[in-house]
Design a protein around this ligand. Structure first.
Ligand code: HEM
Length: 144
């Protein structure tokens, strides 16, 4: 056995998972507020700086979140498996989170979609909802 649930390797993955969640989810909720304040205080250029910073951080963080999460499932000695609904539904929502992030906050190295500001606002709302749902799933762990 390489490692077991709640061993040091598992806990390192857990730490990486939570750290990337804090940065990604925090950024997803705070960046839109900061962008509005920045636009009001100093105009569009500063709002663009906020959105560009969010775009640098959010997608990579959510990628790391899911990879660390999947690795935890693998190291959990079948305490967690993808048959459990919180993980199968969570996996699907994670893909949705990545797609929405790539649409609303695309990193410079990943330009998949060309989307106008109105649609970005709507998709940004969906991103918030998906993240809130994800936090509920991860906390309650339905189906364990
Ligand atoms: C944006 C996506 C995600 C968010 C916001 C998120 C958030 C969280 C949070 C806050 C916890 C701590 C809850 C707790 O331990 O009681 C957690 C735990 C966990 N997450 Fe995620 N997660 C995400 C994606 C994933 C994915 C895609 C997987 C699996 C492929 C996953 C697997 C796990 C596992 C196995 C735990 C439990 C660790 C343990 O209790 O030992 N997560 N997640």
């Amino acid at each position: 056995m390489i490692a077991a649930i709640w061993d040091t390797p598992y806990n390192i993955l857990y730490l990486v998972h939570i750290f990337s969640v804090v940065l990604g989810v925090g950024m997803a909720f705070i960046a839109p507020m900061m962008a509005v304040q920045a636009r009001r205080a100093s105009g569009q250029a500063l709002a663009d700086v906020v959105n560009e910073t969010a775009s640098k951080i959010m997608f990579p963080m959510f990628l790391v979140t899911g990879i660390a999460g999947g690795a935890m499932v693998g190291l959990s000695n079948d305490v967690y498996d993808f048959q459990q609904s919180w993980l199968s539904i969570g996996g699907a929502i994670w893909i949705l989170v990545l797609a929405l992030t790539a649409a609303v906050y695309p990193p410079t190295w990943l330009h998949l979609f060309n989307i106008g500001d109105d649609r970005k606002r709507m998709l940004g709302g969906m991103l918030h909802l998906s993240l809130a749902l994800m936090l509920v799933l991860m906390t309650w762990k339905f189906g364990v």
